[in-house]
Design a protein around this ligand. Structure first.
Ligand code: SF4
Ligand code: SF4
Ligand code: SF4
Ligand code: FES
Length: 1005
């Protein structure tokens, strides 16, 4: 019996244990994986067409019929059936070959082959390549135009219904991989087509421009606008001329056949290879670590093609797929700038570098090395960061080095160091997808870590994963959750600790696991005395019943992953709340197994790496303490210098030290501290008092305004190196574009400064920097550029022989005795609570399309077009109380500053909580936030700010533009492409079958 596929694709945990079966393909014995598709087994042996099937991730779609084969004498779609032992598969029978030819003929009835003048003809067009492989000479069904116009309404891509072969790959991707649920196919229409939100234009639909659909489209129906008229030699020809050329080709086709035409187009496709460069890179935005090929023609970015990334496969978000215009933006810094009075003048590198080196040298001599601070970018590469911290320690002689994880992730790292020993995600994104329960705390994952969120949304939608979200806002993840609750801001430690107590009190704690693997249980249990469910319900303002439901769900889940972000860390108790999460995971035995563990979601692309490589005041690379004499001796021997033994100042302390006169100069790369640090006015005051400030960046940022020298750096696309993503994944990026103007890669600039200050460094490529760092850094011991070639990745710790650890703690925790530690905690109240004068609670964070304060994404035309304005979200209740509506201008005032902004009324926030996205460069949120910090790490308590709101007389338009997906989108969820509806059409007949209507072979969902 032939086993039929009745679901999309199982999550990894359910994949059958890999055993093999023997099948026979065209008379040959072929070894297949048990449970795999007939098509996959056949493809091990030989090529057959398969136009709609894309990958395991996408699963069987079954719309194109081009993969028909005979199985045990029956004609079947090979992508829709599983193998079984002894199965007889025949691909070459006349019946199968004719049926496949007929299926492809149907496709050509929906798609005009004009390949030579098509921008998609780049040797990777599935329709073109299938036509070639099947040696199509003529088509029986003439191409029939559909009665629809091309949709150009999205800033980044277009849909041409007339070229759409209705394969449904785009729908499958949108519904089951991205899970934005925008796309369907209107199978019941006279002329079926892809629909956005059931029939809207793309612009203004719920489409978030993630690009999944375009990436998987097998032809030119969905295409990046940046490709149009650019990819081919003739494709920029005006449409009318093109139409005439196409008519000529169509006229000669019946006589000549497609063979000759396809040969010409194939030759043209090969010629394109010469001028289109495809470079593997790693996303420069968030910490998910998506990688992809970027296609360039000169400096023009044609497109981003994700296919092979270990973190993302086919996935991207709008920033990774379309957020690249900034690299060619006219405001790029191209020459060094030197301050002259209140302005800057352009300078040559020699002058600027000599000035920097001499001034830093002079300050070091006069005030000692600790009068200088070095702030390292979490956007730059590991190699850039390594040489910069080496400059601080080995050349200047100070441990005053830090990076921007101080603003976001240090508390999470602290929580993990206290309890399990490594400051990183305990597993992989794959583990999150296979977990039985995902608990998201203080994270707007769908907007801040979009591709990682897709794996949760997918597992929740398709595979029964449970989802609990604890967050003040009703964002997308909260909407999707089985349970969403909103703890009073700053109180997460209380309910998290109450969960642990509940587990012990109700016999749910994993006592065997704890006895074997966790120290300190008695003290920990004692520390939980205060944290009853009733106490948590009162302090956190969450119904008792909700907390009990959450606890029961956690207790009964086989595996649980906890994801958290800045909603936890940016509080005065950020480290303690992070610790409470890890305590709960230990209590419930959710470490040491696949599908379990702690996942602090790292914000910037290389925020994990920046800390790994020693951009911290207390640690050398690999979290090796500067206070440890043995470690210091190791680095002293390698670097040939004496190193300072005292822990340095972090970012926050450096600014305070300027006010005290102890900090005289700062050298800062890729960090717009004025926009990123809390209490902008305090930071600005500090910069004004500095004797010397050097800023190295790609644009003239707010912080540059305070600099004495500005050095033009190069963005990721213009350099080589490695990034380390949130899942501890080290990945290599390659140089796609030359350095623009006189800009330079950060490591080159730092080396030039170091050498002018007396060092003798001779790095010629970042691989040499990694080769120096790896043997000094046990976590990276086996990392080398060779081992990371192309799409190869390694998740630290990596042993010298190159073995990595996708899941941490499978054998032991990272403490001397191999055991984890419970860490008892106490509750303290938030720092800055609302009162009569400041009656509103201000929350803040990212939005999907802009990264952080928007230094890069504001310079991406399409993103700026969709989301040019900023706003403050207020609840309908607050809007009613103040008698205002979206578009109203208001003034927000905190105890530290004030700003003017437009209101957006939305149910995403409730009551007196308001939300300000970080996307603004003019009047950023941090003019409002104060100087309170997490006590353990000095991370600013950005999320603890009380404000008041004064309604101003002006009323403007809605700050959300019509095109923005939040405006009027109305998704149309369904499970995949629903091909059964196609099979039910009166005009459908499966090729090779006598019946007019296909018998339904797949269960409805
Ligand atoms: S959200 Fe938009 S871009 Fe993303 S897959 Fe769906 S339709 Fe395509
Ligand atoms: S637009 Fe969608 S259905 Fe049409 S060809 Fe492309 S992937 Fe297939
Ligand atoms: S911003 Fe993050 S989720 Fe989006 S493509 Fe880049 S790495 Fe992936
Ligand atoms: S590849 Fe099997 S039906 Fe399309």
């Amino acid at each position: 019996m032939i086993e039929i596929i009745d679901k999309i694709v199982p999550p990894p945990a359910e994949v059958e244990i890999e055993s093999t079966v023997q099948v026979v393909v065209d008379g040959r014995q072929v070894t297949a994986q048990a449970g795999e598709l007939v098509l996959e087994a056949v493809l091990r042996d030989k090529e057959i067409p398969h136009v709609c099937y894309h990958s395991k991730l996408m699963g069987p779609i079954q719309t194109c019929d081009t993969c028909l084969v005979e199985v045990d004498g029956q004609l079947v779609r090979s992508c829709g059936h599983k193998v079984s032992a002894g199965m007889q598969i025949v691909t070459e029978s006349k019946r199968a070959v004719d049926a496949r030819a007929e299926a492809f003929d149907v496709i050509l009835g929906n798609h005009m082959l004009y390949c030579t003048v098509c921008d998609n003809n780049n040797e990777n067009c599935t329709v073109h390549n299938t036509a070639l492989a099947m040696k199509v000479e003529h088509q029986e069904r003439p191409f029939t135009k559909k009665p629809y116009e091309v949709d150009m309404s999205n800033p980044f891509y277009r849909y041409d219904p007339n070229q759409c072969i209705l394969c449904g790959r785009c729908v499958q991707a949108c519904q089951t991989v991205q899970v934005n649920e925008t796309l369907t196919i209107g199978w019941e229409l006279d002329s079926p087509r892809v629909l956005w939100d059931g029939g809207m234009q793309i612009g203004g639909s719920s489409c978030v421009s993630c690009g999944h659909c375009i990436t998987v489209c097998p032809c030119n129906a969905l295409m990046e606008k940046s490709m149009l008229g650019e990819a081919g030699y003739l494709t920029a020809t005006p449409q009318k001329t093109l139409d005439k050329m196409i008519d000529v080709i169509k006229a000669i086709e019946p006589e000549m056949g497609y063979g000759a035409v396809m040969e010409v187009s194939q030759t043209e496709a090969v010629m394109r290879e010469e001028r289109i460069k495809k470079t593997k890179t790693v996303c420069t935005y968030c910490g998910v670590g998506c990688s992809y090929d970027i296609w360039t023609k000169g400096r023009h970015i044609l497109k981003v093609e994700p296919l092979n990334g270990d973190a993302n496969a086919i996935s991207t978000c709008v920033k990774g797929k379309f957020g690249w215009d900034y690299v060619n933006h006219k405001e790029r810094l191209l020459k060094p700038l030197i301050r002259e009075g209140n302005t800057f003048r352009e300078a040559e590198w020699e002058e600027a570098l000599t000035l920097v080196a001499s001034k830093l040298g002079q300050i070091k001599q006069q005030h000692g090395p600790d009068a200088i601070g070095v702030i390292i970018s979490s956007k730059a590469t590991n190699e850039d960061g390594y040489v910069m911290q080496k400059l601080g320690r080995a050349v200047i002689g100070t441990n005053n080095v830090d990076n921007c994880s101080r603003y976001c992730q240090s508390p999470a790292t602290m929580g993990l160091f206290r309890t399990v020993g490594y400051g990183g995600d305990s597993g992989s994104i794959e583990d999150i997808g296979m977990s039985a329960l995902v608990l998201v705390v203080g994270s707007n994952t769908a907007e801040s870590h979009p591709v990682l969120a897709t794996r949760v949304k997918r597992a929740h939608k398709l595979f029964g994963q449970k989802l609990i979200v604890a967050d003040p806002r009703k964002h997308e993840m909260a909407e999707r959750a089985d349970i969403h609750f909103s703890p009073k801001p700053g109180t997460d430690l209380v309910w998290l600790s109450a969960m642990s107590r509940y587990m012990f009190d109700h016999g749910y704690a994993k006592n065997d696991f704890i006895a074997k693997w966790v120290n300190g249980v008695d003290d920990y249990r004692k520390s939980l005395d205060l944290f009853t469910m009733e106490f948590a319900a009162e302090v956190c303002a969450v119904p008792l019943q909700t907390l009990i439901e959450v606890a029961e769900m956690i207790a009964h889940a086989d595996t649980m992953c906890v994801l958290w972000a800045m909603g936890i860390t940016q509080h005065v108790m950020g480290s303690d709340s992070s610790t409470a999460i890890s305590n709960l995971l230990l209590t419930t035995g959710n470490y040491m197994r696949p599908g379990c563990g702690a996942y602090p979601l790292r914000g910037h692309n290389n925020v994990q790496g920046a800390s790994d490589i020693g951009a911290m005041p207390n640690n050398f690379p690999g979290y090796q303490p500067v206070t440890d004499a043995t470690v210091r001796q190791k680095f002293e021997a390698a670097w040939g210098v004496t190193l300072p033994p005292k822990i340095g100042m972090d970012n926050h302390q450096m600014i305070d030290a300027v006010y005290d006169g102890k900090m005289r100069a700062i050298y800062m790369a890729g960090e717009d501290m004025i926009s990123a640090d809390s209490n902008a006015n305090h930071v600005a005051g500090g910069f004004e008092r500095l004797e010397f400030l050097v800023v190295q960046d790609i644009f003239f940022t707010e912080t540059c305004r305070y600099a004495d020298v500005v050095l033009p750096a190069s963005p990721a696309l213009e350099k080589e190196g490695t990034f380390t993503s949130t899942e501890r994944r080290v990945q290599r990026l390659y140089q796609a574009l030359p350095e623009l103007g006189n800009s330079r890669a950060d490591w080159k600039i730092t080396q030039d400064i170091a050498n002018r200050m007396g060092a003798n460094w001779n790095y010629t490529h970042p691989s040499e920097i990694m080769a120096e760092m790896a043997p000094l850094t046990p976590l990276y011991a086996g990392v080398s550029f060779d081992r990371l070639e192309g799409y190869k990745t390694l998740q630290w710790p990596v042993t010298p022989d190159g073995k990595d650890e996708p899941i941490l703690y499978t054998e032991r925790f990272n403490f001397p005795d191999g055991k984890a530690k419970f860490f008892p905690l106490e509750y303290r109240k938030p720092s800055d609570s609302p009162d009569e004068e400041y009656d509103l609670f201000l929350n803040n964070g990212r939005i999907l399309e802009h990264f952080h304060e928007g230094n890069m994404t504001h310079r991406v035309a399409g993103i700026f077009k969709e989301t040019p304005e900023r706003w403050v979200e207020i609840s309908p209740a607050l809007a009613k109380e103040r008698e205002i509506d979206s578009g109203q201008w208001v003034r927000l005032t905190s105890r530290y500053g004030s700003l003017k902004i437009k209101v957006l009324v939305t149910a995403r926030v409730t009551g007196k909580q308001i939300y300000l996205p970080l996307l603004s460069q003019e009047g950023p949120v941090n003019v409002l936030t104060g100087s309170f910090t997490d006590t353990a790490t000095d991370t600013p308590a950005f999320k603890e700010t009380a404000v008041n709101m004064q309604v101003l007389p002006e009323k403007g338009s809605n700050p959300l533009k019509r095109l923005n997906f939040r405006y009027s989108g109305s998704p149309t969820p369904q499970t995949g492409v629903e091909v059964e509806r196609k099979w039910k059409r009166a005009d459908y007949r499966m090729p090779g079958s006598a019946k007019l209507v296909q018998i339904e072979t797949r269960k409805s969902h």
